[in-house]
Design a protein around this ligand. Structure first.
Ligand code: NAD
Length: 290
């Protein structure tokens, strides 16, 4: 396939490289980042998408996605599919899909889980919103960049799945960290705590696969001085998106709201920026209730 790829940052570059390595013809464009090996550098976003069967975008936020979409949609070939893999607000995803479909294009929102490691290894999970036809067109590309693509529903459903998942993750990580800090103060050994919880009803991905306590459980960012991994500011972004969406549809999400408040303080007022999101554990350990 002929592919245009806009946004070649930490995630986009390895994703584009994997598509090129699989034999697709990939033209890339980024305002600052350079093209990875195998990807042809285009002089503009319009040039990158001209004649492409599928255009992928991997951009920082919804405002930038809307701006880029406004530029590339008129330059795309009739019948091509615009597939945005960024994490953005549901409203922007739906607005861009509407604009693309009005121009005779297919459109998908396909945010990912799996981080930079998953992007490099081609093991991302895609959560996808949009039509069956557009999903079928892009599925072979999802299979190269990832291990799983779930068609979640119509436009915006991929972003909805992503923010619900990450709202669970943020709240679960926070309570796992505060439980370790409580266990410490109660004199409970962390290894025993892990042994019990990871095989009892308190288990979760945060405890079992990404344990925030160093030296316990499988290898995780806590074992690497909390270098990300999944940075606290990216968790903050996703929690903000979850609460924007919750407000828009009048959903009561008190745990998500509390997780947002915690990560906001951690990133903006404390030492969380640039650290893994599991570094809430040393934060809880260093303070009392007050
Ligand atoms: P990044 O900042 O490394 O990359 C974004 C790229 O977009 C940058 O290279 C930037 O120059 C480029 N860009 C910005 N405006 C542009 C424009 N107008 N035209 C062309 N290029 C433009 O971010 P990232 O870590 O690659 O994340 C990308 C998206 O993936 C985000 O929405 C993020 O929330 C999501 N995501 C990231 C991770 C992760 O672990 N990094 C995991 C899951 C999802």
């Amino acid at each position: 396939m002929k592919i245009g790829f806009i946004g070649l940052g930490n995630m986009g570059a390895p994703m584009a490289a994997n598509l090129a390595q699989a034999g697709h013809k990939v033209a890339g464009f980024d305002l600052t980042a350079s093209c990875p090996e195998g990807v042809t550098a285009a002089q503009s976003a319009e040039a990158a998408v001209a004649g492409a069967d599928v255009v992928l975008t991997m951009l920082p936020n919804g405002a930038i996605l809307r701006e880029v979409a406004g530029t590339i949609i008129p330059a795309m070939a009739a019948g091509a599919v615009l597939c945005d893999c960024s994490t953005v607000d549901v409203e922007s995803a739906r607005a861009v899909a509407e604009q693309a479909e009005a121009a005779g294009l297919g459109a998908l929102d396909a945010p990912v889980s799996g981080g930079v490691g998953g992007a490099g290894a081609g093991t991302l999970t895609f959560m996808v919103g949009g039509s069956d036809a557009a999903f079928a067109t892009v599925q072979p590309l999802f299979a190269i960049m990832g291990q799983k693509a779930v068609h979640c529903g119509s436009a915006g459903a991929g972003q909805a799945a992503k923010i619900c998942n990450n709202m669970i993750l943020g709240a679960t990580m926070a309570v796992t960290c505060e439980a370790f800090a409580l266990a410490d103060k109660l004199g409970l050994d962390r290894a025993r705590m892990f042994d019990v919880v990871s095989t009892s009803s308190g288990y979760s991905w945060s405890m079992n696969a990404y344990c925030p306590a160093p030296g316990i459980g499988p290898q995780s960012p806590s074992d690497n001085d909390y270098r990300p991994g999944f940075a606290a500011e990216l968790m903050l972004k996703d929690l903000r998106l979850s609460q924007i969406a919750a407000e828009a549809v009048d959903a009561d999400t008190p745990m998500g709201a509390r997780a947002l408040a915690l990560y906001t303080a951690f990133v903006e007022d404390e030492d969380g920026r640039g650290r893994d999101f599991s570094a809430l554990l040393p934060r809880f350990s260093s303070r009392g209730r007050g």
